[in-house]
Design a protein. Structure first.
Length: 435
């Protein structure tokens, strides 16, 4: 395979549970362990290191990770394994944004060699099952280890990297180990269900928009629900659990270090709003704040088309736990919306004032309903998918939200439409929860 040098490894890692941007640290860190109300949490990686890598003894190991795979001292999983003398590390596999996290949305770093460890790094973003199987075979792995910080949202692609690699591992008889991490937005579920006709890389299987699970719990759910069908059997799965994490705890409630999971996810505040404002990726005329200091918190369209009435109308709704500031900004990255690049945009800044009652998806629905009143509002249409052209349908799992808003439905009608499927999913996931 073609090789090139990657950046050097990230700086700087008691019992094991069983069960089924740029390099570096994000702009905001979790509070220090001594801060009032902050709980000490040991991640799956912390637990693995404390055990001297016991569950991986004698195995040839391949790692699926990115810059978030660090212990409490910001030491990366791959670097720790390479220096341990206990693990036979054979390869790493990079998801969207790359193994060292330098690529933007929809991008990867390519295949090459890690400068620090000398191991091959495979570009796994968007890899098919056949490609995963080929990579595992070429790398000679016995066990695949997954350690990536998820943000708890269906359309954040890392969980689908995990899912596809799990299916491939099951098909070729590899063991799969998940090093669990807290869900930074907690354990509550919100939002609509994915439906089979609208599956894509931002939602491969039927789960709700804010799934409320850790990656370890999701792996157990996938293994019990989908793998017996897609792979013909479950994978040999082992989850190294977190210690001291509870479902009502958000990122700010723990001392787990925050490393940017992707270039536009700089802080835990971003993750908190992302389940809702991520939907604005499906609106052609409105930017979700990429290329600003507050992506997914700053939302707006061209200042010639949108104005202060948007924030006024949203504040008048008195939505729980959130307020809106009239905002003006010029995004320096526009993703699929080049007409907005470096242009003055008018809109709102989403200010979460009470995390306990804030519902990010209901809030975003209200934002969409009010934005839809502007003549310039337009859903994003992708020419490469003539059958399912609306990106919002892939994000929400069906055309329902789009068609309801187009027909003039208000927030209660839109949110109420998914109540039954949300309750059913919450029941379905219960046997797979660990915390």
């Amino acid at each position: 395979m073609q090789r090139r040098n990657f950046l050097a490894g990230a700086v700087g890692a008691g019992a094991l549970g069983t069960g089924a941007g740029a390099l570096g640290v994000g702009a905001a860190l979790a509070p220090a362990a001594g801060s009032p109300g902050v709980r000490r949490v040991r991640t799956g990686l912390d637990q693995l290191v404390a055990s001297d890598f016991a569950v991986l003894a004698g195995q040839r190991v391949g790692v699926v990770s990115n810059p978030t795979g660090v212990d409490g001292a910001y030491r990366h999983l791959v670097d720790l394994m390479h220096g341990s003398g206990q693990v036979r590390l054979t390869a790493a596999f990079g998801p969207e944004h790359g193994f060292r996290g330098s690529a933007q949305a929809g991008g990867s770093e390519g295949t090459g060699v890690d400068a620090r460890t000398g191991i091959p790094v495979y570009d796994a973003y968007g890899a098919s099952l056949a490609r995963w199987e080929s990579m595992f075979t070429e790398a000679g792995v016995d066990t695949v280890v997954f350690d990536i910080q998820d943000v708890g949202v269906r359309f954040y692609t890392y969980i689908w990297t995990m899912y596809t690699s799990m299916v491939a591992a099951a098909r070729v008889g590899k063991r799969y180990v998940v090093l669990d991490r807290p869900n930074p937005i907690g354990g509550r579920v919100y939002g609509p269900m994915m439906t089979a006709p609208y599956t894509s890389g931002v939602g491969l299987k039927e789960i709700v928009q804010q799934h409320g699970m850790t990656v370890g719990e999701l792996a157990r759910f996938f293994n019990g629900t989908f793998l017996p069908v897609e792979a013909g059997r479950p994978v040999d799965l082992h989850v190294v659990r977190c210690e001291h994490w509870k479902r009502d705890r958000l990122a700010a409630d723990t001392d787990v270090p925050w490393v940017m999971p992707s270039p536009n996810m700089p802080t835990p505040d971003t993750a908190l709003v992302y389940p809702g404002t991520g939907l604005f990726e499906g609106v052609a005329s409105i930017t979700e704040g990429r290329g600003t200091c507050r992506p997914f918190e700053l939302i707006g369209g061209l200042a010639t088309d949108f104005d202060h009435h948007w924030s006024d109308r949203l504040n008048a709704r008195d939505l729980p736990g959130v307020e809106f500031r009239e905002a003006y900004f010029a995004p320096t990255s526009a993703g699929q919306k080049p007409a907005l690049l470096n242009k003055l945009c008018a809109g709102v800044e989403v200010k979460v004032v009470d995390r306990a009652v804030y519902d990010p998806i209901r809030t975003a629905v209200a934002m969409l309903v009010e934005a839809h009143k502007y003549p310039a509002f337009a859903w994003r249409r992708d020419s490469w998918d003539a059958v399912r052209p609306y990106w919002i349908d892939k994000l929400t799992g069906s055309p329902r939200l789009r068609t309801q808003i187009d027909a003039g439905a208000d927030v209660d009608d839109v949110v109420g439409a998914w109540a039954d499927e949300l309750a059913a999913f919450d029941r379905q996931r219960q046997p797979y929860l660990l915390y």
